[in-house]
Design a protein around this ligand. Structure first.
Ligand code: B16
Ligand code: MG
Length: 217
């Protein structure tokens, strides 16, 4: 019996939240208002469109469809200037260790991300080869907390949903994993991610005994 391992991208594999933040803040400032790091928390795991809706709400701005579409493009173009400079050094602690351990045990591995930039980011940090399946913002119609992204990943991996494990940093992602009846593992703050089955501050805190338990689960 195989266990399917599904990884979120932003906040689990790499810390791109800081780049999303800089790009959203630039747009906010151009539109004449502030956007704080604390407010950026709401953007984690949330689709680009939904993020812009929240941002405009913060600024009290009503946009025409043309403006909305233009600002989406503007934000993404700015975000991509940061992505272009990424390299292996941006992989979060012990992520490659966990990936190579799971790979050595023959476990199927998927990416389950809301980002439409997932593939170029994996390429930039050199982790593409670990993933048997990539499901990202280009493949889903319903954003997290809807379980769609993880259900598609399980299907593509050929593993029953209840035999899948999801690593997530966002509340919306943990909710999505729980709804999909998968084992949800929070990476980050235990209080914030209290709805997860297990929580670790980061992958350095996770030992191989725990991974073996998941593999056997
Ligand atoms: P993009 P994840 C999510 O990725 C981010 O957490 C979220 O902040 C971002 O808005 C979303 O991707 C869309 O990203 O603009 O690149 O399509 O955490 O699901 O890997
Ligand atoms: Mg995330």
């Amino acid at each position: 019996k195989k266990t399917g391992f599904i990884f979120d991208l932003d906040g689990v594999i790499v810390d791109t939240a800081k780049y999303h933040y800089l790009a959203w803040r630039k747009l906010a400032n151009e539109l004449g208002f502030e956007f704080t790091v604390a407010q950026n928390e709401m953007f984690k795991g949330v689709s680009r469109k939904k993020c812009l809706e929240i941002l405009l709400n913060i600024g009290g701005i009503t946009a025409t469809t043309e403006q909305f579409d233009r600002w989406m493009i503007e934000k993404n173009e700015d975000y991509l200037t940061y992505i272009e400079k990424m390299d292996r050094s941006e992989i979060l602690p012990d992520v490659d260790k966990v990936l190579s351990y799971l790979k050595s045990k023959g476990m199927p591995i998927a990416l389950g991300s809301a980002s439409k930039n997932a593939i170029p980011i994996l390429e930039k940090v050199g982790l593409t080869d670990y993933f048997d399946v990539v499901v990202d913002g280009n493949h889903v119609t319903k954003a997290k907390p809807d379980p769609e992204v993880f259900l598609i990943a399980a299907k593509k991996l050929g593993v029953p949903t209840q035999n899948c494990v999801v690593f997530e940093d966002a509340i919306a992602g943990i909710e999505a994993a729980n709804k999909a009846h998968m084992v949800s593992i929070g990476i980050g703050d235990a209080k914030t991610l209290s709805s997860a089955k297990h929580v670790f501050g980061n992958f350095e805190e996770m030992d191989t005994a725990f991974l073996d338990m998941l593999i056997g689960a």
